[in-house]
Design a protein around this ligand. Structure first.
Ligand code: CAA
Length: 257
């Protein structure tokens, strides 16, 4: 039986996870979310993994929750659904996460992509929340993360019509940070991840958290959090190393201390 999730690395600090259920356009069934959660546990525990890239195939990042699996669940089944725990696990991943998206990125697939700190899209990517066509609605962050990414008007249109947007529109709307040729999407995401992996990991962690908090906090609280995080970094070897390397015109060697 082929592996439904391929894991490579870490290479230069980056682990690459590839969703691999081509027969179902990488639909996210419980088994796939389960191995994804376990891979994220492993990536988090591994000090040599400084960033993670999640991708799918050129045809589909993921076409959503597995509809056949979902159809078999009644209300109690939904309440006891282990997938909720997997989504929570993905959301609380503590290292930089980049999603490299080609092709269909729909429903739970779009919700998974939006768990990425950065989304890189192939120009064939189609982002959408088509749940409304099934008589349901997004259930893994689609109504909340999409509106934060693209604003209420476009998010509302996508959620209520179910119609997807293309990569260029997603770029204009701020959902993705870059668009490239589909065959280059993963390479580009890996290059960005490697750049991040080469920085001081404590600074990366605190900077990432500060940016993430901008969505949940008012400005004054966010600025206070930023100031505290900035101050804490004064205690790190990596800050001394970074400043010294600049002053002595050499490349810094960060140790994570
Ligand atoms: N779940 C299960 N199987 C799926 C699937 C899904 N979400 N999406 C596609 N597949 C399967 C198809 O059933 C098909 O299988 P068979 O060959 O065995 O029939 C195979 O993948 C290929 O798909 P198509 O033949 O449909 O390919 P296409 O190119 O004609 O269409 C598509 C592609 C437009 C993405 C279409 O497959 C589609 O509309 N998929 C469903 C998209 C969707 O509604 N996603 C939301 C799911 S609900 C959700 O995600 C809830 C949540 O928020 C957590």
């Amino acid at each position: 039986m082929p592996q439904i999730l391929l894991s490579e690395g870490p290479d230069q600090g980056v682990r690459l996870l590839t969703l691999n259920r081509p027969e179902a356009l990488n639909a996210l069934n419980t088994a796939l979310l389960d191995v994804l959660s376990k891979e994220l546990d492993a990536a988090e525990a591994d000090p040599d993994t400084r960033a993670v890239v999640i991708t799918g195939s050129e045809r589909a990042f993921a076409a959503g929750a597995d509809i056949n699996e979902m159809a078999a669940r009644d209300l109690v089944g939904m309440l006891e659904d282990p997938r909720t725990q997997h989504w929570a696990r993905i959301a609380r991943f503590t290292k930089p996460l980049i999603t490299a998206v080609n092709g269909f990125c729909l429903g739970g697939g779009c919700e998974l992509a939006m768990n990425g700190d950065i989304i890189i899209a192939g120009n064939n990517a189609r982002f959408g929340q088509p749940e409304i066509n099934l008589g349901i609605m997004p259930g893994a962050g689609g109504t909340q993360r999409l509106v934060r990414a693209v604003g209420q008007s476009l998010a509302m249109q996508m959620v209520l019509t179910g119609e997807p947007i293309g990569a260029e529109r997603a770029l204009d709307a701020g959902l993705v940070s870059e668009v490239c040729q589909p065959e280059l999407t993963v390479e580009r995401a890996l290059a960005i991840a490697r750049t991040i992996a080469s920085k001081g990991p404590i600074a990366v962690q605190l900077a990432r958290e500060a940016v993430q908090r901008a969505e949940d906090m008012d400005l004054a609280a966010g600025l206070r959090f930023e100031r505290h995080a900035f101050t804490i970094l004064a205690a790190t070897d990596d800050r001394r190393e970074g400043l010294d390397a600049f002053q002595n015109k050499r490349k810094p060697e960060f140790t994570g201390r």
